[in-house]
Design a binder for this molecule. Structure first.
Ligand code: MRU
Length: 359
């Protein structure tokens, strides 16, 4: 049995895509990777919101962490009341950046609730103290994410054997979480760091190519055997027995086990179910939405030109009508287990989610 201490020592993150500078937020621009490594520096919540909207930072946990720092950047004003008003406005701006990943509003609510309580109870005496408290909290959100990923990785390791190949979807690695480790990729990264023979199949993930641009890039940086496939090759790869399990991230998980993740995930889950291949979603408990029903969740639709063009090159008649949903939902019957930092949740999810996700 591998311990948390052992994996902490074995794995050292190579990527540091989010960096807090004290009065600005530095983000590795994911829209340009892997071809260019450019950094953007943000000094206000509006800037953070547009970086999230434009997917310069993306992936549910990374969005949540960036939004926490966006809230820190919003603490301004000549009185505590002014600073709280500024934070409330910032929360609206940040929450509206993207609709599906619940980590975004989870993080801004956590920051604003703490600020409200601290002011109400007299724990902070001026705007500077409030800002210091918010900075500490955002750092805590970031640190907790990494700790959660190490634990998820450990639980995920129980599901891997040396020699396994794992299919993933999109990028649920260290770029998507800001930590250099990731959620769905954590078990494979830890396994590799511990000397196990593990490989990953990464579908390209059209239209934004998170798989081919980001997942492949970060796995190769970590020295993990990686095979890039088209999204349309997923069925054949499973049919031919080329993978032993599916591990994906999540943007939102409902209390009954519905998993929202990058478009294409549902198809993978259905085929895996049919082929008898286990399908796991890996996510920190901050990704759970215990309040919403399926009908309440908005699936983001993005610019049709993301489909008409492939990184600037036209690939369809310019005037074609396009439907571009960028997430889908996998019903619980296709989910073998949900791996969190608190343990693995198995069906029936309606009953078991609440045992692990406490709020
Ligand atoms: O549109 P994106 O790239 O933000 O979508 C990301 C995903 O779907 C990830 O799988 C999910 O956020 C989990 S990231 C650890």
């Amino acid at each position: 049995m591998v311990t948390l201490e052992e994996v902490k020592n074995a794995f050292k993150p190579k990527l540091k895509p989010i960096e807090w500078r004290g009065d600005s937020l530095l983000l590795l621009d994911q829209s340009q990777l892997p071809f260019q490594k450019t950094w953007i520096e943000l000094r206000d919540p509006e800037g953070v919101s547009s970086a999230i909207r434009n997917m310069q930072v993306r992936g549910a946990p990374a969005i949540g962490i960036s939004a926490s720092y966006g809230m820190v950047l919003s603490v301004n004003g000549s009185s505590l009341n002014e600073a709280l008003d500024s934070m409330k406005r910032a929360k609206i701006v940040l929450d509206s950046a993207r609709p599906t990943a619940v980590n975004l509003s989870w993080a801004t609510s956590r920051m604003l609730n703490l600020a409200n309580n601290a002011v109400e109870q007299g724990d902070v005496k001026n705007v500077k103290e409030l800002r210091d408290l918010m900075e500490e909290e955002a750092n805590q959100v970031f640190q907790e994410e990494y700790e959660a990923e190490l634990k998820m990785g450990l639980y995920g390791l129980e599901k891997l054997n040396s020699g396994d190949a794992v299919l993933t979807q999109c990028n649920a690695g260290g770029l998507a979480t800001g930590t250099g480790l990731g959620t769905a990729l954590a078990p494979m990264k830890l396994a590799h760091a511990l000397g196990m023979d593990i490989s990953v199949f990464a579908p390209e993930t059209r239209p934004w190519l998170q798989g081919s641009r980001l997942t492949v890039y970060e796995l190769m940086e970590d020295g993990i055997k990686t095979t890039l496939i088209t999204d349309t090759a997923v069925g054949l790869v499973m049919y031919k027995g080329m993978i032993q399990s599916v591990m994906v991230g999540a943007d939102r998980i409902l209390r009954d086990g519905h998993v929202y993740n990058k478009i294409g995930t549902f198809k993978e889950a259905v085929i895996a179910h049919e082929m008898g291949i286990p399908f796991y979603a890996l996510a920190p408990t901050s990704t759970f939405d215990l309040k919403s029903e399926e009908k309440d969740v908005k699936i983001e639709e993005r610019d049709p030109n993301e489909v008409r063009f492939l990184r600037g090159v036209p690939i369809a008649p310019a005037e074609v009508q396009v439907y571009n949903p960028v997430f889908d939902v996998t019903p619980p019957k296709y989910v073998t287990g949900i791996i969190t930092e608190n343990g693995i949740i198995y069906p029936p999810f309606e009953k078991n989610v609440r045992k692990i996700v406490q709020r």
